[in-house]
Design a binder for this molecule. Sequence first.
Ligand code: PMP
Length: 305
Amino acid sequence: MARVYDMAYMRDRLVPLSEANLSVTSSAVLYGLSVYTVFPVEPTPQGLAAFRLHDHWDRLVNSSKIIGIDTFATTWTYEKFVAVAQEVIAANTPTERVFVRATVHVDASVAGTRSRGLSTAMSMFVYEASPIVPQDGCRLKTSVWRRTADDAIPSRAKVNGAYVNSVLAKQDALDSGYDDCLLLDDEGHVCELSAANIFIVRNGTLITPGTSSDILEGINRRTVLGLAAEMNIPAVERTVDLTELYLADEAFACGTSAFIAPVKEVDARMVGNGTPGAMTMRLRERLAAIQHGDDSLSATLLTLL
Ligand code: PMP
């Protein structure tokens, strides 16, 4: 389990982690009614910096809009969000790369199954940035559990309760000796892993399921697509069949907690020659350089905290 730093932000102030609690009567606890995001913060030559912080904020706002948690956007601003991130990082003074989990909880008491007009509480805590899948080649198992559809629990919204779907699929994959699951949609098309998007490479083209394939719109996914355009790598967003993944030259998982992780096996079939692919590694190095503050894009994509 990841190491969590001592100080957290809860509701309106910094508190010791043990005091960053919610009531058992809150909708957050009763129904999983919280939206969240996880962003990386890393030491760079310019100081501690968060990656694509504004995009994380936007996704938090959009997730709450989809779910109907309407008091959040009226009580918070991006400026306040950045100030709190700064406060929580300053209180913990990390000297390594860390993750910050920012969550908007509906904390109204016994409010019933509804979302509007209810009080919310923001929490932020800092934890060790350990990857959720092996970085030298991960093994995936197609899940018997399907990704929740847009008209069931929208995958586009990063809502805590929806992660039961990811837990079911990931645990099943772990029970079978794999590193992570591959979730398919209702029609059997490829969606994503438990908490990362997926890309494949076929004949020099980067391919990833489109945003209407019941995926979370990952910030790293969007970054990779932007990098592909800049690096003259042909890239398409479209429906992906499972068997295309079996035949891919390369495949990789991508997300804040997965980084860019080569996929070496899917359902007992070797992907490519089973070693990290050249395009995967080029993109991985570029993304890492951006986050380390060593790239021409660092200035625009990093926020100094
Ligand atoms: N899909 C799911 C289900 C996730 O939980 C995550 C992690 N947030 C991702 C994809 C990747 O998103 P991001 O690149 O924004 O971390």
